[in-house]
Design a protein around this ligand. Sequence first.
Ligand SMILES: [Fe+2]
Length: 210
Amino acid sequence: MLLSIENIEDTLRSKFGKQVVEHGIKDGVKFLQRWSYLSSQVTRFHGAALARIQIPDIQYLLAEIAYGECGSGNKDKIHSKLLANLIHKSHFACFINQGLDTSFVQLFEETVIELSQMSQDEAIGFIVGLEAPAYQILQLLKQALVIVGISEMDVMMSEYFVIHDAVEKEHQESGHEAMEIIMNSGFDLSKIHKGGDLAINFLIKMIGDA
Ligand SMILES: [Fe+2]
């Protein structure tokens, strides 16, 4: 297959679409349990990827994504906290906030270790793969929040959604910019694709059957 930056992202998005989006959400509580866990841990992926990156311009891009997730200098705006505030509006909040099945925790821990041992271009590919389906995930998240009884209006007007609608676009651009820098540095697109595919497989395992 002929690889380009755009078709790596499109391929990853369409795989996620077929395996997750097309099936929709069966259990809103399960989905939100897993996604809030992931949201509270996701910056560890950025940290693990950052540990592999030697190019300062790409270090900058990863740090920028992680800084945004951590609230851009305001602890109250940490994204997982904004999501928790939104989930709090549901009558099922106490079920959603119950501990996650240990197999998902284990999957996350194993993936962080795997990422921290990847090559530089696989690691950046992983982050690109993680960001590629961001809008698809935002739509699934909206569905799940409505299933657990939060009105669509409350969801759309929440700080979490307003910020993410604006921010996911930037994250995707950062990932894209990183790929361009990687390519100009003479790296192998097939390795970027491999890293991205690992991220998509991780997401499918994590939220695919919820
Ligand atoms: Fe976020």
